[in-house]
Design a protein around this ligand. Sequence first.
Ligand SMILES: [Cu+2]
Length: 118
Amino acid sequence: MDVLLNLLALALIGFIVWWFWLVKSRRVQKVQESIDVIVDGGVYSPATIEVNKGQPVILNFIRRDASPCAEKVVFADLGVSADLPLTGSKKVALQVDSEGEFDFTCQMGMYRGKLIVK
Ligand SMILES: [Cu+2]
């Protein structure tokens, strides 16, 4: 009888772990982070951004450079680009499913940044 109770308790613990941890973590895919990127003076700050593979991330571009040079950000390898407004900010949602380094630039390639996916 004691053995049976122990087995039941173990099964219950297993179920709780499975339900609350494994099932939930698979169902809810959270954005790993929202990262602010300042666009000013010819540089992105930060210029190198590391993110997790296969997990959505939001890059929040805050443009402080009024020159037309800064008005667009292009992730050429990812086929993603965005116009950056002069006031406020622009959120760029990304999810990269393969490891690697992906450059992002302004349309003339003067601003340069790097997204490292691990
Ligand atoms: Cu430019």
